[in-house]
Design a binder for this molecule. Sequence first.
Ligand SMILES: Nc1ncnc2c1ncn2[C@@H]1O[C@H](COP(=O)(O)OP(=O)(O)OP(=O)(O)O)[C@@H](O)[C@H]1O
Length: 513
Amino acid sequence: MAAVSDREAPQLHLGQSDTDITHRSSTSGNEGSPASRRDNAGSSSPLPHARSTSNPARKRTPEDFVFGRVLGEGSYSTVLYAKESGTRREFAVKVLDKRHIIKEKKVKYVNIEKDVLNRLSHPFIIKLFYTFQDMHSLYFVLELAKDGDLLGYIRKLGSFEVEGARFYIAEIITGVMYLHNMDVIHRDLKPENILLDEKMHVKITDFGTAKPLNDTKTDDAEQARDETSARNSFVGTAEYCSPELLNDRAASKASDIWAIGCILYHLLAGKPPFKGANEYQTFQKIIKLEYSFPDGFPDSARDLVSRILVLDPCKRPTLEEIQKHPFFDGFDWENLHEKPAPNLRPFLPATSHHNMEDLTSDMEGLATGTGQFHGDIDAAIRDPFEEMPVVPEAEIAGNPDRSKKLEEQASSPIRRIISHTELIIMNGTVYKRKGLFSKKRGLVLTDLPRLQFFDEGKLIAKSEIPWSEKLKVELKGTRHFFVHTPKRTYYLEALKGDAQRWVDAINTLLQSV
Ligand SMILES: Nc1ncnc2c1ncn2[C@@H]1O[C@H](COP(=O)(O)OP(=O)(O)OP(=O)(O)O)[C@@H](O)[C@H]1O
C-alpha cells in the first residue's frame, strides 16, 4: 500500500488535524481504495510495512501497520484488524473511502466522529488513537474490541438472563452518562454499536451521527437539514429511533434513554420492542407506542422499560433515576469495568429447570408469540405429514436404497418445498424459540444434509439452520433439543415428544458426512 503525505492528497482540503476534511472536489481513481484492498485484508495476508515506532506523538501512516482480516463493514467504511509494526499493539482500523464519503455527502459526519471521539476518554467508549489519510482513504485507528458486538450475542443466545442483561445495560448507562456529561448525544445507540472487548466489557462505538450539544458551528437551519437528511437517509436499523426524532426531528439526551429502554427490552425478550415488516411499519409502531411484553418478561424490568418508553421525552426517567430503579436493587455500580463480566446464558425461564409439566405449559403459552395459546392443543400437535415414511436411523449412515425411498416420498406434500433429489430423513412440528418468543414451524431433515423450517399451513419454506461440521445438537428432555451453530443456538421443542429421535438423526448425519 503506497502512502502519500497529506500534501499529496489532492481531492480533500485538510485542516489543522489530519482528517479534518471539507469537500473541494473529487476526481481520484479507485486504485488503492479500501474496496481494492479488501481481498488482501480478507485473506489475512499482511500488507507490506516499512516503518515501526513506539513514539505516540509521531504521525502514523498506513505503513506503520500490518493489516489483517476484515472485522466488519459499515455503510461507509471497512474495519480491519491491524498490528502496529514496532509496538505489536493491536488495533481496529476503520478505513473510509474518500470518494464515497464525498459523493454521499458524509464529510461532515466523518469530522464529527473524529472530533467527538477525540474529546472522549472512558472505559466504556471506544478509544480513537490516531487518524491519518492517504490518496484514497481516511484511517481511524481505534481500540480493538475483540469480542464482537452485543447483537451477535443476542442472536447466538436468543436473549440474556436477567443478570447478564442488567450488567450490560448498566455498562451502557454508565458510558452514556459520561457522554451526556460531556454534552454529547449518541443518537444511534443499538446493539450493533455496543462492541465488546476481550474481557466482555462494553465499548460504545459509531459516533458518526453523534451530536455535540455545545456545537456552536451548527445553526438551527443546518440542524434541521441534518435531521431531515438523517431521517431520509436512514440506514441500518430503525428500531431504536425515538418518536421525537420521527415527529419533530429533534433528538435530546432523552432520545438516548429511549434507545436504552429498547436495548433492555431486546436483551431480555430477544427482539426489539418495535419491529414492523418494514421500516415504515416500524416507525408507525414507534409513534403509536405500539408494543407489548411477552410472557416471562421479568416484572421489575417491565416496570423500568414501560417508564422509559413513553412518547413525551420530558417524562422519561433520567439516567440517575434509572440507576435507582428496583431493577438495579443490590447492583453495585462502582468500578464496573474492573469487575468480571457474568457468564452469558440464554433467558429460558421454561427450560432452566427440568419439571416437564411446567416446561410444557410455559412453552405452549409462548406458542403464538403473544403469550397466549389459542385453539385446540390436540389439533396443534397433530403432525400433518404423519403418514410419510421416515427413513430408519440405521439406514442413514449406511447405504439405503435411495431411489426407492425417494419414490415412496414422491407424493409427500413436503415435496413442494424439498427438492426431489433430497431424501427426507425426518419431519415434524416444532416450536422454534427466540428469546421469550416462539413460533410453530414444520421442520424437515434431509440427507443433503439440510434442516429446513417451513410454514405448515401455507406449505412454504422458511429459514434454514445452516449446516456445517461445527453444528452440534443437544438433548434437553423428551420434547426439547437445541441445535448449536457458530452464530446461533436454535431452541426447539418437538411437539410429538420425539426430541431424542431428532438428536439421533442429526448426529447420525453429522457422523456420516
Ligand atoms: N473498534 C472495533 N473493534 C472491532 N470491530 C470493530 C471496531 N469498530 C468497528 N468494528 C466492526 O466493524 C463494523 C462497522 O463499523 P462501524 O459501525 O464503526 O462502521 P460505520 O461505517 O460507522 O457503520 P454504520 O453503517 O453502522 O454507520 C462494526 O459493526 C464492527 O463489527
